[in-house]
Design a protein around this ligand. Structure first.
Ligand code: COA
Length: 337
């Protein structure tokens, strides 16, 4: 039986120039390089500076690089999906702005929010559009300006996050043995208390807060109960990845790369261990970017593209606020010189 597969044809990325080091954070909060490195694996993160610069500023640069690298005419793009929890505005959505800025005049676009699992959920959504046969080419973006929602007085969170954007071009290929093969996604809204940004939505709208109320002001920043999120992330990311591997008859030795969400090196190590995948097969860039939320998976593609080989079996694994989590199995479709 003939089938259409969504195949990744290229990737793009962008991280801002400004580097926020652990040493600089030592001057802001009661922390130290040794604690951050040993507990998280993070050494530095990038921060988007400049007035009136939102998530789209980084995403546009990533998409422009992708269009150039793949020699793609933006007018041939059917859709652009942007996963982000830090949109430029609530309306219009960030992907609409990106379409306009890159000249994707014939595309429809929308944003998708699933916290740190957002890129995996968006890539799955885009793959299903392609597999339907209605659309031929789409761009999936994961981008966040986490510095806009991080409280730099809270040592529990400010050491973890950074800014960045990545993207992938997916195209329809008939009867291909490459591309996105399988995915599984889950959510559990009872995770609300452990990872959230409560302010700004319809439960705490702007007309109900006063900026001089410190407790309310805090609700506009990311809040996390790290230990609970850590434990839940380890089990759920590993369980769902093991499920995808079993469903597709894959053992650790059949996998060339694990591309995990970059929240904490210890979570990544535990997931890889559970899947029977050695550390040499795990994409890791958390030490230089921190957790860029929606940016982590596509920035791993961007950094490791040259190492991926045509035909490599790749497992993506993500976990984030919500809670949301998921895994995807894909076969890489090209070599990079
Ligand atoms: N510097 C120094 N000490 C710190 C610190 C910092 N930046 N942040 C917290 N601490 C302290 C705590 O106050 C606590 O002190 P206490 O024992 O005196 O109360 C101690 O270190 C241990 O805190 P704890 O939260 O138990 O540390 P941890 O080993 O769980 O590491 C995280 C904290 C945040 C790194 C870890 O929980 C984590 O990575 N969680 C999940 C992150 C994640 O996946 N988030 C997003 C999902 S996408």
């Amino acid at each position: 039986m003939s089938h259409i597969r969504a195949v990744i044809k290229g990737v793009g990325g962008y991280v801002p120039e400004y580097i926020l080091t652990n040493q600089e954070l030592e001057k802001k909060v009661d922390t130290n390089d040794e604690w951050i490195t040993s507990r998280t694996g993070i050494k530095e993160r990038r921060i988007l500076k400049g007035k009136d610069q939102g998530t789209s500023a980084m995403a546009v640069k990533a998409v422009q690089e992708l269009l150039e690298k793949t020699n793609t005419n933006p007018e041939d793009i059917d859709f652009i999906l942007c996963s982000t929890i830090t949109p430029d505005y609530l309306c219009p959505v960030t992907s609409n702005l990106i379409c306009d800025m890159v000249g994707a005049k014939n595309a429809f676009s929308f944003d998708l929010m699933a916290a740190c699992s957002g890129f995996l959920f968006a890539l799955s959504t885009g793959a299903n559009f392609i597999e339907s046969g209605r659309y031929k080419k789409g761009i999936i973006i994961g981008a966040d300006k986490m510095s806009s929602i991080v409280n730099y007085e809270d040592r529990n969170t400010c050491i973890l996050f950074g800014d960045g954007a990545g993207c992938a071009l997916i195209e329809a290929e008939e009867n291909s043995s490459y591309g996105i093969i399988d995915m599984a996604m889950r959510t559990d809204g009872s995770g609300l208390n452990y990872l959230n940004i409560r302010g700004g939505g319809s439960r705490l709208p702007p007309q109900e807060y006063k900026f001089d109320d410190k407790e309310i002001h805090k609700k506009f920043f990311i809040h996390q109960e790290g230990a609970t999120v850590f434990k839940t992330a380890v089990t759920r990311m590993a369980d769902i990845s093991a499920f995808i591997m079993e469903k597709n008859n894959l053992k650790g030795e059949d996998i060339q790369w694990l591309v995990p969400h970059q929240a904490n090196k210890r979570i990544i190590d535990a997931t890889a261990d559970r899947m029977g995948i050695g550390p040499e097969k795990v994409t890791l860039n958390i030490e230089k970017y921190g957790n860029t939320t929606n940016g982590t998976l596509p920035l791993c593609f961007w950094d490791f593209e040259k190492k991926f080989k045509k035909g490599d079996n790749i497992i993506l694994a993500a976990f984030g606020g919500g809670f949301t989590w998921g895994s995807m199995y894909l076969k890489w479709a090209y070599d990079t010189k």
